[in-house]
Design a protein around this ligand. Structure first.
Ligand SMILES: Cc1cc2nc3c(=O)[nH]c(=O)nc-3n(C[C@H](O)[C@H](O)[C@H](O)COP(=O)(O)OP(=O)(O)OC[C@H]3O[C@@H](n4cnc5c(N)ncnc54)[C@H](O)[C@@H]3O)c2cc1C
Length: 385
C-alpha cells in the first residue's frame, strides 16, 4: 500500500482539468440547475470515465485505487464528480454480471464517450433503505419485460443514455429469502422515450441533477436483463464495496478542499489585531478534521488495496465510507465556522461544498445502515432488520 501522493501523474492531470472549472462555473450551473456538460466532456475526453473499463473493451482497465484517486482529486479541486461518478460506481455490475454480448455492445461505446451510463434506479418512495422490499415490477411477456412502478432520487437520468434498474421479477409473497426476486436491467433510455417512461426533475438542496421516474408499462427487450433473473440483489451487493471506496474518496477530496480553504483563511483574516488562526479555538477544529481525514484516508487505501488484490474488504470499505463522510463533514463545518459571515457568501464556495458534502452521510447509504452492518456482520451482534 503506497503512502503519500500515489499515482502522481493521474493526480496532476486531473488537477489540470479541474483548473478549467473554477467555483464560478459550478455556481452558475447551480443558478440554472444545469448539468455540467463541459466538465463531463473534459473528463470523458481525457479517458477518466472509462478508468474501470477493461482495455479489451477500449477502456484503461485501471485499478479501483486509481479510480478513487481520480474522484478524490476532482473533489479536492473544488469540483464535483456527482455528475458522472455513477459510471465508476456501477460499472462493476455490468463488468462482472453482464453477458459478453452486452459488454461488446456497450463497453466500447461507453469507453469512447459516445454513450453514458450514469443512472442507477434503486431507491423508491415507499421502501427507502429497505431495498429488498422495492415494488417496481418487471414482468416477462414474450420477448419483453413490462416495467411498472416508480423510482425516486434517480440522479442524472435526464443526462444519460443507459441506466441500471433494480426491479422485482418475482412477487414478494413467493420469495423464500428477502434478497430473492429482484433483477437488474440495463435500460436504453433513448429507446424507452415515449413508451411508458416519464422522468421528472426533482429539485434538491444541491445541484445533483436528480429525478423521479415513473414506469407505466414500459416494454424493454428481454435481453436487457443482466445476469440471471431474481439474483439482482446479490449483483448489487457485489458492487457495494467498490462504491463505498469511491464515495469515501470523494469525501476525502472534499475534506482536503475544506482544510486548505480553512487554513488559508485562518492565516489571512485579521481580527483583534492578529490572524484568527493564531487562536487555538480556531486552529483545533481544523487540526482535528485533518487528523480524522488522514485516518479515514489510511482506511480507504487499505480497503482499496484489499479490493484490488481480490480480497474481501467489506469491513474496511464500510469503515472507510463512515469515517471519510464524517471527516469531510467536520472539516466542512469547521471551515464554515472559521469563515464567519463569509461562509455564507457564495463566492467563497464554502457553503456550496458544505451542502454537497453533507450528502455523503445520507447517500448512497446512510450512516446508520453502515453502523448496522458493522454491528451485525463485523461485531456479531443480533440482526435488527
Ligand atoms: C441527492 C441524492 C441523490 C441520490 N441519488 C440516488 C441515485 O442515483 N439512485 C438511487 O437509487 N438512490 C439515490 N438516492 C437515494 C439515497 O440512496 C437514499 O436517500 C438513501 O439510501 C436513504 O434512503 P431514504 O432516503 O429512503 O431514507 P430512509 O430509508 O427512509 O431512512 C431515513 C432515515 O432513517 C434511518 N433508518 C432507516 N431504517 C433504520 C434502521 N433500521 N435503523 C436505524 N436507522 C434507520 C436512515 O439511516 C435514515 O437516516 C439519492 C439521494 C439523494 C438525496
Amino acid at each position: 500500500m503506497e503512502m503519500g501522493e500515489d499515482h502522481v501523474d493521474v493526480r496532476e492531470s486531473v488537477r489540470a482539468i479541474c483548473k478549467g472549472f473554477p467555483g464560478s462555473y459550478w455556481r452558475e450551473l447551480e443558478d440554472r440547475q444545469a448539468y455540467p456538460e463541459a466538465f463531463v466532456k473534459a473528463l470523458t475526453d481525457a479517458g477518466y470515465l472509462a478508468a474501470l473499463i477493461p482495455e479489451e473493451y477500449g477502456g484503461s482497465g485501471l485499478a479501483l485505487r486509481v479510480a478513487a484517486v481520480i474522484l478524490e482529486e476532482i473533489h479536492a479541486s473544488g469540483c464535483s464528480a456527482g455528475a458522472c461518478h455513477a459510471q465508476m460506481y456501477i460499472m462493476g455490475t455490468l463488468l462482472r454480471h453482464g453477458s459478453e454480448e452486452q459488454k461488446r455492445k456497450y463497453l466500447p461505446e461507453l469507453a469512447a464517450g459516445r454513450l453514458r451510463l450514469q443512472a442507477f434506479g434503486v431507491t423508491e418512495p415507499t421502501t427507502g433503505s429497505d431495498t429488498t422490499q422495492l415494488k417496481t415490477r418487471a414482468v416477462k411477456d414474450g420477448d419483453d419485460y413490462v416495467v411498472t412502478g416508480q423510482k425516486v432520487w434517480t440522479s442524472r437520468a435526464l443526462y444519460t443514455d443507459l441506466m441500471l434498474l433494480l426491479a422485482r421479477t418475482k412477487p414478494v409473497e413467493e420469495c423464500t429469502r428477502k434478497s430473492d426476486g429482484l433483477s437488474v436491467f440495463l435500460i436504453d433510455i433513448r429507446e424507452a422515450q415515449g413508451k411508458g417512461i416519464d422522468i421528472r426533475k426533482l429539485p434538491a438542496m444541491i445541484n445533483h441533477n436528480t429525478t423521479e421516474i415513473f414506469f407505466d408499462g414500459l416494454r424493454i427487450p428481454a435481453d436487457s436483463l443482466i445476469g440471471e433473473e431474481n439474483r439482482g440483489f446479490k449483483y448489487i451487493l457485489d458492487g457495494m464495496n467498490a462504491e463505498r471506496i469511491l464515495v469515501a474518496a470523494e469525501a476525502l477530496g472534499d475534506a482536503r478542499f475544506f482544510i486548505r480553504k480553512a487554513t488559508a483563511y485562518a492565516g489571512e483574516r485579521v481580527v483583534f489585531g492578529r490572524p484568527i488562526g493564531q487562536n487555538q479555538g480556531v486552529q483545533f477544529p481544523i487540526a482535528r478534521a485533518y487528523a480524522e481525514t488522514r485516518a479515514a484516508d489510511l482506511m480507504n487505501r487499505g480497503a482499496a488495496a484489499l479490493f484490488d488484490a481480490g480480497k474481501d474488504c467489506g469491513e474496511e470499505a464500510n469503515l472507510a465510507k463512515l469515517l471519510a463522510s464524517e471527516a469531510a463533514w467536520h472539516a466542512a463545518d469547521a471551515t464554515m465556522q472559521i469563515h464567519g459571515g463569509y461562509g455564507y457568501a457564495r463566492e467563497y464556495d464554502v457553503e456550496r461544498k458544505w451542502r454537497d458534502t453533507r450528502l455523503f452521510q445520507i447517500a448512497p447509504i446512510s450512516t446508520n445502515l453502515i453502523l448496522s452492518y458493522l454491528g451485525e456482520h463485523v461485531l456479531g451482534m443480533p440482526r435488527s432488520y
